[in-house]
Design a protein around this ligand. Sequence first.
Ligand SMILES: [Fe+2]
Length: 263
Amino acid sequence: MATLNVLQLTDLHVTPHSGELMLGIDTEAYFQQTLKHAVDRHGPFDLILLTGDLAQDPCADTYQRIYRHLSRYDTRCLCLPGNHDDFSLMQTQLNTGKISCDKQLVLGNWSILMLNSQRINSHIGVLDDDELDFLEQTLQSHINLPTLIAVHHHCIRSGSPWMDTMQIQNSAAFLALIQKYSQVKAVTCGHVHQAFSKQEAQIALFATPASCFQFTPHSSEFSIDETPPGYRIFQLYDDGQLQSEIFRLPITMTDLDRNAHEY
Ligand SMILES: [Fe+2]
């Protein structure tokens, strides 16, 4: 297979009812616009990754609406949970046809791993023993496949102290594990509602903007800013190299409720 064209969308925060506003904006409409912009400008995609916080207050209808928006594009999608999601409900509503909550996919010459960093009833991230066992076993059994790992929470500091209280608590163990496997090329996350990238040994670490509101970089407390929604695109090459770039909607965020103190 030739180069894989992969889209990452994250932190949709779709509300329980269509048209409902969150922090002043219609998160479902922004998700639709972000998805359409990505497909129109950079599609078709071989794969779409949805990396958590698909729902703000999870209910079956929210996941069904997300499913309908995604299924219009007839593209394979992998979904993982964020701190706001109900993973059991996600698995019942987003596991049909090309859309799934599968934890691993071999596509072309690449292995894609989808990790669950959710700690129930908490916004803090963790990779529990079962998740780390799954990760290590899968890496051992696909030693020759370049690997992209997706996970909701961040595993290195974002630079925003309030946000960094929620990063993966056992990040050191996670990073030590993946650095043993030279086929791991990149880890990409959501959660921080902003973009960053950093290289750690052979591994590129990425964070991706939300498809709704963004958090203010380097803020010491909860703060949203007027940066537009965005998404990340990966080009995964057969030889294990990759390129990644962020794109944003060409809009001005004029309706944000910037007086909000939490989300
Ligand atoms: Fe989020």
